[in-house]
Design a protein around this ligand. Structure first.
Ligand code: AGP
Length: 611
């Protein structure tokens, strides 16, 4: 899940590429590099963030109108200068960047070593480059032909972009599995893993499909398949503003995205929820309602935070629609021989729409006849394109690696989907339906109110910044929120944190409790409230430190807990959207207090495009 950027045109390529890499740094920041073509290939690469690369190129010859750049998330070979991309071919004429994994690289490498090739890095990418070079040499073919032949033998996922000393006016790129967007300018083209490096130059883009090769000149874009047949580029207009990908005065993208939630949830509801009419309109769902409402079973497939959204959706859909729901970790579902019946409905949840585990899992399910509904944030992403239908979450670009606004938007969309199905199946009373529409409509305001508590949440967070472990507990709808709270703390502060159903404590984890362990309860008022109070007493009885997310005015828990994080009252089915807010801020303030880069936590990347 690296970030790739390339440019060809009339501008200086280096500044365009460096700026683009900084925009994509959330995709990986183990090393960065650039290769420029101007009387030969000039290659610069450095371990660490793009800023390190910039520093290392000061005073160097950066003159060029064509170039490729890469920011890395290491898979094969540790983060280092020699494993950084771009890689140069053995004859020095080609340079290549790659995002993805070449699964059969080891056998290809053996073949090449037998032919006398010596490798400078441990990467699968260098192996693929030498493999292409070797085919070109032995077949006296053009680079494009050699690439086509090579890619027919490659197993894995890739976006690759090459520059060639012998073709100084051409970029060549290919895609399978990893994302590639091409921006079309006047006499120039921009290539990137997503639209964020392109938007300030052009809104005209082409999303390259799997098994396509792109041959790009300053004023020409040719797309072909691996059968050498021309493909017609489908040009789309980006609906994205530059401001959306800037920090807007906040210290971090994560904080900006947390505070954007009243707007992003409103954007999610806008044009869909009509309380006055008592309707919810989502055409992607509406057009497939016959299949959806008659589904025997709904399988939700996702990873990470999106999986937690799926878990909340399981509770909501089963409650409202009375359809059995199973929530699957995509990576496990993919390799377990899952039973899929015709008529099974799959809901795939993904912020990036590019998560490889989820992508391959739904491709597999689709092959077996399942209908795929995509709940996705990134417009034009792979999951949105292979789904039969779906709904966008309209949270705008999410740049902080830790997902926040996309999560609350996912919960909002999934709740609307459940209400639409329940109405169609007549499994919900009219009064309850209207009540929940009103509750949904009030969420943006309630989230705004919860955010006004930020300073208090910060003060509580700073009390616990030096702990080494934490437990997050919840019951019912709040259990997945406890899991999400634990994930946020892990991601941002590197504190070992676990989420659990509160009642599960007695079956083991309570052994962990002593005066040094903070236990965060998601304990807003709901049908399990009495039970959660007993669970809090069990922890207090063992001197555990209790921090509780409570419904404003809950005197009982306020009297029991060491610290409380109040949120406005809401129906228990809607409350998860609101009760997650204080946990996002709790993690953020601890991460910042510990001096960590909360937007780019160690070892993580925003979209996991390799299995
Ligand atoms: C969440 O904060 C993480 N970034 C990660 O768990 C993420 O939710 C997961 O990788 C799934 O990503 P997706 O929603 O883009 O598919």
């Amino acid at each position: 899940m690296c970030g790739i950027v390339a440019y060809i045109g009339h501008r200086q390529a280096y500044p365009v590429i460096i700026k683009g890499l900084k925009r994509l740094e959330y995709r990986g920041y183990d090393s960065a590099g650039v290769a420029l073509l101007n009387h030969g290939v000039k290659l610069y690469k450095k371990k660490g963030k793009v800023a390190n690369l910039e520093e290392s190129t000061l005073g160097r010859d950066l003159e060029a109108h064509i170039g490729i750049g890469h920011t890395r998330w290491a898979t094969h070979g540790e983060p280092s200068d020699r494993n950084a991309h771009p890689h140069r071919s053995a004859n020095g004429k080609l340079a290549m960047i790659h995002n993805g994994i070449i699964e059969n690289y080891a056998s290809l490498k053996q073949e090449l070593i037998k032919k006398g090739y010596q490798f400078l890095s441990d990467t699968d990418t260098e192996v693929l480059l030498y493999f292409i070079e070797d085919i070109q040499k032995n077949n006296s073919s053009t680079l494009e032909e050699a690439l086509r032949i090579a890619l027919k033998r490659v197993v894995g996922a890739y976006v690759i972009v090459l520059i060639d000393q012998d073709n100084p006016d051409t970029l060549i790129a290919a895609r399978k599995g990893s994302p590639l967007v091409i921006g079309i300018g006047k006499g120039e083209h921009f290539l990137a893993s997503d639209a964020s490096p392109i938007i300030e130059y052009t809104k005209e883009v082409v999303y390259v499909n799997d098994y396509e090769i792109a041959i790009i000149k300053p004023d020409e874009l040719i797309l072909k398949n691996l059968g050498n047949e021309r493909q017609t580029p489908f040009i789309q207009k980006l609906d994205l503003e530059l401001a959306a990908i800037e920090k807007g005065g906040y210290d971090h993208f994560m904080l900006k995205e947390i505070f954007e939630q009243p707007h992003t949830i409103y954007d999610c509801l806008r044009g869909r929820l009509d309380v006055a009419q008592g309707t919810i309109t989502m055409s992607g769902i509406r057009n497939n309602m016959e299949q959806i409402k008659n589904a025997n079973r709904i399988l939700i497939i996702a990873c990470g935070t999106s999986w937690h959204a799926g878990l909340v959706a399981e509770y909501v859909i089963e409650e409202l629609c009375r359809i059995p729901v199973e929530v699957e970790y995509a990576s496990e579902f993919r390799y377990r021989n899952p039973i899929i019946h015709k008529g099974d409905m799959i809901i795939a949840i993904s912020q990036s729409g590019e998560t490889a585990d989820t992508l391959v899992a739904i491709e597999r399910a689709k092959e077996q006849g399942a209908v795929i509904l995509g709940i996705v944030n990134v417009v034009g992403s792979s999951i949105s394109r292979i789904s039969h239908a779906g709904a966008y979450t309209h949270a705008g670009p999410e740049i902080g690696v830790a997902s926040t606004k996309a999560f609350t938007a996912q919960l909002t969309v999934l709740t609307m989907v459940a209400l639409m199905i329940a109405k169609e199946r007549a499994t919900i009373s009219h009064d309850r339906y209207i009540h929940l529409l009103n509750e949904l409509n009030e969420v943006p305001e309630k989230v705004k109110h919860a955010l006004e508590n930020a300073e208090h949440i910060k003060a509580v967070a700073l009390k616990y910044k030096d702990v080494s472990d934490a437990l997050f507990l919840g019951r019912g709808y709040n259990f997945p929120i406890a899991l999400e709270g634990a994930l946020k703390l892990k991601e941002i502060s590197y504190i070992h944190a676990e989420g659990y159903p509160a009642a599960e404590m007695k079956h083991g984890p309570i052994a962990l409790v002593d005066e040094s362990l903070p236990v965060v309860f998601v304990a807003t008022k709901d049908t399990c409230h009495e039970k959660i109070i007993s669970n809090i007493q069990e922890i207090k009885a063992r001197k555990g430190k209790v921090i509780a997310v409570i419904t404003e005015g809950d005197e009982i828990i306020t009297g029991m807990a060491d610290d409380v994080l109040p949120v406005p009252e809401a129906d228990e089915l809607i409350a998860p959207i609101i009760s997650t807010i204080p946990l996002q801020l709790f993690s953020y303030y601890i991460g910042v207090a510990k001096g960590y880069d909360v937007d780019k936590p160690r070892n993580l990347a925003k979209s996991v495009t390799v299995e």
